[in-house]
Design a protein around this ligand. Sequence first.
Ligand code: CU
Length: 156
Amino acid sequence: MSLPTSSHAYGIGLIAVVIGAAVGISYYQLYYIPELNAKPIIPEKVLKPGDTTTITIVPGAENPSQEQNFVPKKVKVQLGVNNLVIWKNTGDTPHTVTPDKPFKDQYSDAFGSPGVIKPGQTYKFLFTQEATVPYHCEPHPWMKGEITIEHGALTS
Ligand SMILES: [Cu+2]
């Protein structure tokens, strides 16, 4: 019985590297690639639109007899243009942005302010897919708005 020579050790090391690479590649193909493919492919322009859309929650919005609350009330935005939407509370009462029925964006997930938007604060949401989403304010349900996300002219 002879001890392995240094060239044997080299050969075994090389085999180990080859097996390791093979295992690594099959792991990549089996697990990593399908996971990548499962995620939606969203154009860069939609993820980083050049413009934003601002909706102002005006002072007195909590007053049921006041017509203006979310201004503008109905908004259309274009994907890849101005699909980052910002609600700004310029009044002196906390409000929410709450979808009439739960809405999940493929990228940004659940839409709706996580709590109240305090006076002076904003709530931002990046819409990445076409949809029409009616929403309201939780403490003042007569405050209603609607946002429609359309296919953008710049989006293929
Ligand atoms: Cu409100």
